[in-house]
Design a protein around this ligand. Structure first.
Ligand code: GCV
Length: 818
């Protein structure tokens, strides 16, 4: 309990604290400058405010008192003293009371009640919420950071620091924040060998060479980042789970990761393979209804909790993309989920059962086949069969993280089952962090989408996806938000400094999905870069436009990302979608394009939506242009609401997209001198590269659709361009790994001037004779010699490379020249 104390000892103590604090401040400032611009600190840079702004916080208390000594509370205190000292430029030191001077007071509501019984939050507080309040306590002006749980206090400390870093007014603070939903988790698709499936930011923070890393420093730093935006759980291994993760010997190792997470209030969970009772358990079955199997899960789970008392639970991917599942024994996902849920129940753990269950050997010749229907078909009939600690984890759209999809109808199809939305932070289909694509606006469209459940019975009560997943509509005990993050060991976590806005944005939306994309990106920009209006205005604009730009040159009108779906999920390769069982079909042929998913003539997918939604998509007249090809097969000459034909829209969209991507370079250049030079140049190179990629996409898709449809571009760019510039082409690597140190640069191209195409072998300028090809200094990952030997007029590019396999050169396009 904290008590007031005498003035004399106050002064002594204060000067001691001040001295200690000054040393601490020097240390943190020094260490900060060493790491300042690697991106490792992300939005927690805590850079010093300019003196004028810092003055505003002159009354900020010089010490932070923790009312208890739990691990998380101590973390909150350390973070607050470190952050405030750095931001304000004067020491704020840790103090354990008794309260003898103005202080930041950190403690749970119960602890605060002991200290100041009359101070009560203005509203009821549950869960991990926090209350920030400036108030007099025992005669001293204090800043109170409190909440029902230690974790809430930690979140409050981060929120207070964020306010300081963005120089918000905190004079008369009185703010309660409550998380929208209990589940705010990230998944990592990390393999035990250290690789990350669909990870673009380096190897795993957790695993290396089939072991848990000895040095888990980065894992701790990651937990800090997660906690700073309110994320409370992390699944550390791939959903394509290696059964060995549940070996007894492995559990002990994994418990070290939980130890590292614990001070930050982040719960650890594991992805598990449903076949484990057989593959590693030595049983002759993994049938979820077999009592031996139930017993195996119970014992295994008990063992985990013995070593990791705050273990979060399991994530299950089953009967999907070759994974074992309950279908082996004719059992349902509910049978499988419940056997594990019952093992977790006594410990308070949960099972995330993924709704991403589909047959990837669909008959592509059958126009009624439809992968989009799978999640609803599999799970809706089981509504009510799942135990209360099972959460059905549903991808935002019915296919697989495409650049645009409608909200999955399954969100509206589970009334007696917990659900969580799965959003993909790692940009698998949206540019793989080599291209800018800020996903918060896309996520918000889905979260805000009103499913109009029960309109017929109850009149219209909005039932947006965010409320469904949070369990608010059907009063579920749990639910929320899961983001597939896939950060890695790269200093800047995701392999790209600007991509971190997606991780930040996910956390902020999971906390409060009512925040606008503008607010989120503005916060992130100020915290990550600076409050300089030129910087925040430019970066905010770039981020907010980036999804539409990326969509416009990769997959407009809802056709899906027209990428290499059987390969790298990055290059343009629209043909790869067809004539296979994966079901990511766009059904483009000589006459038209799009999947007919109508109830009347198509696959019937639209019938999975609540009745009030169906007319929106079923009728061509109502269907929004940006999802037209997701729901309808139309002739190329079909006229959109915009007044353009589909084919002309596709041409225009690709050209506009490429132009806008090139304009990103121009916008970015205006920031020279406003931000750290190295970072400026790094990001500039990325925008230049993206501008080149946009041209690659533009030409690949326009060329493909022109040849398919035979309909020329009204603006004479597509077919005519090919004739006129027949020696102008792009070559690039599809396999090189791109990050700040291995980066292939492609300058934006202007085909009409025949000016720029670039690609290269290591530091090699290529003169291929006539026409002359040239390359800026670009970098291939491999030092092996790759020689671009030349081309002949009117012929495809000829590439000769000693290491063609290793390089994975892909000749993307001849653009042609005179
Ligand atoms: C982890 C997509 C990805 C796979 C991923 C899968 C999933 O198909 O390409 O890499 O597997 O989704 O979400 O399970």
């Amino acid at each position: 309990m904290v008590q007031p104390n005498s003035e004399r000892s106050t002064k002594n103590r204060f000067s001691q604290f001040a001295a200690l604090g000054a040393i601490l401040l020097c240390l943190v400032v020094l260490s900060n400058s060493a790491y300042a611009e690697t991106g490792a600190e992300a939005w927690l840079r805590y850079s010093a405010l300019p003196r004028q702004l810092a003055k505003r916080y002159a009354p900020f208390p010089a010490s932070a008192v923790a009312l208890g000594d739990s691990l998380v509370l101590k973390t909150a205190q350390r973070e607050l003293t470190r952050g405030a000292s750095q931001i304000l430029g004067h020491p704020v030191s840790a103090d354990n009371g008794p309260l003898s001077h103005p202080a930041v007071i950190l403690g749970t509501l119960a602890q605060l009640h002991n200290l100041a019984p009359k101070l009560n939050p203005p509203q009821e507080m549950t869960n991990d919420g926090y209350w920030l309040k400036s108030a007099k306590v025992h005669g001293f002006h204090c800043l109170i950071v409190t909440g029902p749980t230690d974790r809430g206090v930690l979140y409050g400390a981060f929120a207070l620091l964020s306010k300081l870093a963005r120089s918000e007014n905190i004079d008369s603070l009185d703010e309660v924040q409550l998380p929208y939903a209990p589940i705010r988790w990230v998944n990592q698709w990390d393999n035990l060998d250290g690789r990350i499936e669909r990870g673009y930011g380096g190897p795993s923070l957790f695993f290396s060479e089939e072991k848990v890393r000895d040095d888990l420093t980065r894992a701790g730093q990651y937990a800090r980042l997660l906690a700073s935006v309110g994320i409370n759980g992390c699944t550390v291994n791939n959903v394509n789970a290696d059964p060995r993760i549940l070996d007894d010997s492995f559990i002990a190792k994994v418990s070290r990761i939980a130890d590292i997470f614990r001070p930050w209030g982040v719960q650890l969970s594991l992805s598990v393979d449903l076949g484990s009772p057989k593959t590693i358990g030595g049983l002759d079955t993994f049938d979820p209804l077999d009592p031996k199997v139930a017993d195996w899960w119970r014992k295994k789970t008990d063992e985990i909790y013995r070593q990791i008392p705050d273990f979060g639970g399991f994530v299950v991917k089953a009967d999907s993309e070759g994974r074992l599942g309950p279908s082996t024994y004719g059992r349902t996902p509910a049978d499988a989920a419940n056997v594990i849920a019952r093992a977790l129940k006594p410990h308070g753990g949960v099972v995330f059962y993924r709704a991403f269950v589909y047959n990837h050997h669909l008959d592509w010749r059958n126009l009624k086949s439809d992968r989009a229907k799978a999640a609803y078909d599999n799970f809706h009939p089981l509504d009510g069969d799942f135990d209360d600690n099972v959460i059905i984890q549903i991808k935002n759209g019915p296919i697989d993280f495409q650049v645009r999809e409608p909200a999955s109808p399954l969100f509206a199809g589970l009334h007696r089952t917990n659900e969580a939305i799965e959003l993909q932070i790692t940009q698998e289909y949206t540019g793989q962090q080599r291209q800018l694509c800020f996903l918060v606006p896309m996520w918000k469209e889905v979260l805000d989408f009103d499913m109009h459940i029960d309109d017929a019975n109850a009149g219209h009560q909005p039932t947006p996806v965010k409320d469904l997943v949070a369990g608010r509509v059907f009063h579920r005990p749990t639910g929320g938000f899961v983001g597939v993050a896939n950060v890695g060991m790269d200093a800047n976590w995701l392999g790209s400094p600007l991509a971190m806005a997606n991780l930040y944005g996910f956390g902020r939306l999971a906390w409060d999905p009512n925040l606008s994309a503008e607010t989120i990106v503005d916060e992130w920009t100020r915290l990550t870069f600076s409050a300089d209006p030129a910087v925040s205005h430019t970066i905010t604009n770039l981020q907010l436009n980036s999804w539409h730009v990326y969509e416009s040159y990769t997959g407009p009108l809802g056709a899906g990302t027209l990428t290499n779906i059987t390969g790298n999920h990055y290059d343009p390769a629209p043909e790869s979608s067809e004539e296979n069982g994966w079901g990511q079909w766009h059904r483009a042929d000589h006459n038209g394009i799009g999947m007919d998913r109508t109830i009347a003539t198509g696959t019937g997918f639209i019938g999975q939506y609540p009745p009030a939604i169906q007319p929106l998509y079923e009728s061509l007249a109502n269907c929004p242009d940006n999802l037209l090809l997701f729901f309808h097969h139309v002739p190329y000459t079909y006229v959109l609401h915009s007044g353009k034909t589909v084919i002309q829209h596709i041409y225009d969209s690709h050209y506009e997209g490429a132009d806008r991507a090139r304009d990103f370079v121009v916008q970015w250049k205006a920031l020279q001198g406003h931000i750290d030079d190295e970072l400026y140049r790094d990001i500039l190179a990325r925008f230049e590269y993206q501008a080149g990629e946009a041209v690659v996409w533009r030409d690949a898709i326009c060329d493909w659709i022109y040849h398919l449809s035979g309909i020329p571009d009204q603006k004479h760019r597509v077919a005519a361009g090919l004739k006129a510039y027949s020696h102008f082409f792009w070559v690039r690597s599809s396999s090189a790994r791109f990050n700040s140190s291995t980066f292939t640069r492609a300058s934006p191209s202007n085909p009409r001037s025949r000016s720029v195409v670039c690609f290269c072998t290591k530091s090699r300028i290529v003169d291929s004779g006539s026409p002359r090809l040239w390359a800026t200094r670009g970098i291939w990952n491999s030092a092996a010699a790759g020689v671009i030997s030349g081309s002949r007029p009117d012929a495809d590019v000829v590439i000769r490379s000693t290491g063609i396999g290793a390089f994975g050169f892909s000749c993307c396009k001849l653009l042609a020249s005179a």
